[in-house]
Design a protein. Structure first.
Ligand code: G3I
Length: 367
């Protein structure tokens, strides 16, 4: 009897030492969460970011503490988009953006400005604007210059050096789509509206980094070529551009890693800053699981590791960082977008527990 008790004690002790869960018979189940021992931002040789809203910053203590624990760069998911800021002709509401900038400044984290021009974030009054094309163009120039100048005023000290809290802007987002082709920007300003927008942004702030941001650059060859041509055209014509944002809304299987590396390498060759700007990894596109299984969580962990490792192909001086597009699975835009509440694309579960996807991200960071 004493031997049996000792055996049970030893089994219990060995089971409870790892972070797997255990049932009463001491059968080990693999866990989809784990307890991190290191913070992502401390492991990384580049900024690691996540998205915020003014509302979450003001009202959610747990969100703030998880955010500051792992991340040192923030992007406004919506609050700094045109539809939120540009409330009327030459009239701006910077209040939510200011809350974000103040929070960043107090905590010494960088802000990535997102996004000045995007066909999906046009305020109604501007969409229906009845003035002339010249007046329209003047409004956009004023909007870009006012917004960039406003947010360039806040400074902070990083490693003893004074820097702007807003380090960069996505100046134009997703220009190579049919909706963008027919958007009021191209229609009213002309085919060179991108060039003009980047130039206005540079005139407003000589130092802030200017990015072109788009999705599926890593998977669609024609999209990649459009981006490569944009870089070349801008450089030939002395139009300012500092970086490319690859959104990286990807799946745990698609696109394959060889293709991602191949596309990334072609951008690396341009010697330009590179930001993985909106990373998330779907695991249930076919809605074939009704909860996150260990097998799928493990596949996602490996995928996050591979993507972060792949990012490290970018030379040190061109690493602008990786930003995740959301904290908890249930916060993700993808649940609405794919009309699938059973999607689990991010690093934290509903209770802000780190998923093993977080471990994959962390392992990908280790040089
Ligand atoms: O705030 C209103 C709320 O008052 C209203 O009741 C509700 C009704 O629909 O809408 C709320 O606004 C929504 C907003 O998210 C805040 O939740 C908008 O409808 C919804 O369109 C908006 O979606 C955002 C989307 O961009 C469009 O702006 C997503 O949160 C955001 O994650 C997504 O982010 C984009 C990037 O900016 C660019 N790349 C693609 C990425 C995913 O679409």
């Amino acid at each position: 009897m004493r031997k049996l008790i000792l055996l049970c004690f030893l089994l219990f002790f060995s089971c409870s030492k790892d972070d797997s869960t255990m049932d009463p018979l001491c059968c080990v189940h693999e866990s989809i969460t784990y307890v991190p021992t290191e913070n992502l931002k401390d492991l990384a040789s580049f900024p690691v970011g996540n998205i915020v809203s003014a509302n979450k910053i003001l009202t959610n203590n747990q969100f703030r503490s998880v955010l500051l624990n792992d991340f040192n760069s923030i992007t406004a998911e919506n609050d700094m988009k045109m539809a939120n800021i540009f409330i009327g002709p030459n009239s701006y509401d910077f209040s939510d953006g200011d809350i974000i900038i103040d929070f960043a400044q107090q905590n010494g984290v960088r802000v990535f400005g997102h996004a000045l021009i995007w066909h999906s974030s046009i305020p109604n009054w501007l969409q229906n604007y009845s003035g002339t094309d010249n007046e329209f163009e003047q409004l956009i120039e004023n909007y870009i210059k006012s917004t960039v100048s406003h947010f360039s005023q806040q400074k902070m000290l990083i490693d003893g050096e004074e820097v702007s809290v807003v380090a960069a802007w996505d100046v134009v987002n997703e220009a190579f789509t049919s909706q963008a082709e027919s958007s009021i920007f191209r229609q009213r300003i002309g085919d060179n509206y991108l060039e003009k927008c980047f130039t206005w942004a540079r005139e407003a702030d000589a130092d802030v980094k200017l990015f072109y941001n788009d999705y599926k650059i890593e998977s669609i060859p024609s999209k990649l070529n459009q981006v490569l041509n944009l870089i070349d055209d801008f450089r030939i014509n002395n139009i300012p551009i500092d970086g490319i944002g690859l959104q990286m809304h990807i799946d745990h299987i698609d696109p394959n890693l060889v293709q991602i590396k191949n596309h990334l390498d072609q951008i690396i060759e341009k010697d330009i800053l590179i930001h993985f700007s909106e990373l998330d990894v779907t695991v249930n596109r076919n809605v074939d699981i009704s909860e996150l299984t260990y097998e799928r969580a493990l596949s996602q962990e490996n995928r996050y590791r591979d993507i972060v490792e792949t990012y490290r192909r970018v030379p040190f001086e061109n690493r602008f960082g990786i930003t995740l597009w959301g904290m908890r699975d249930i916060d993700s835009w993808l649940l609405n977008h794919h009309n699938n509440p059973l999607e689990y694309p991010l690093l934290f579960d509903t209770g802000y527990n780190a998923k093993i996807a977080h471990r994959g991200f962390a392992n990908g960071l280790i040089e």
